[in-house]
Design a protein around this ligand. Sequence first.
Ligand code: AMP
Length: 213
Amino acid sequence: MIIVLLGPPGSGKGTQAKRLISEVKWPQLSTGDMLRSAIGAGSQLGKEAKSFMDRGALVPDSVVVQLIADRTRNEDCRAGFVLDGFPRTLPQAEALDQMLATRGRGIDHAVLFDVPDADLLERLTGRRTCAKCGAMYHLQAAQPKKQGICDQCGSALIQREDDRAEVIKKRLEVYHAQTSPLIEYYKKQEKLKTVNATQAPDLVFQAFKKILY
Ligand code: AMP
């Protein structure tokens, strides 16, 4: 099964993807995580991507399309995969459909995690991320057992550069201008499913799974 997760930054799609892949054998392909690890590795790609990411702008389509085209050739993607944070523009969605068609495959579901903007600023400014394994926490809503330390791997929790209030505003603008047209795109293809993501994470997960199996 090939699943696209849609939703504004802070809608919880990354968290839900992580919960799903703990139950199924499909990998989670997060272009944000791939780009952050390129930055961490100090590669040329990482250096180029960082300047866009730090100001909340999108990395050029050609870069992320290539990342996904390469990654999905891996053996672990044969049974399916979960796309988290890709596609984010119409040209990316079209490139994805074309790429999958040439491989005799296609998207099964595009799942929208729906949250009003008013809730997102608080969710994102309070978000803390494990610098090593990417696990996510929240200063109020999902505290780690030990302050500032990841429950899963014991590494330090950080605030992502782009989770600062000024950058978040920009990321939300970018979402509405460039990513939200994908809702209509997948609606037309009759693949769009919507989950009310303002509910507690367990309820969101139940609703999400009901769509898939
Ligand atoms: P995320 O972790 O998904 O919130 O992504 C963090 C940042 O990485 C975004 O604000 C963009 O700068 C960049 N990024 C991630 N995925 C994409 C994509 N599909 N297209 C363009 N830029 C992306």
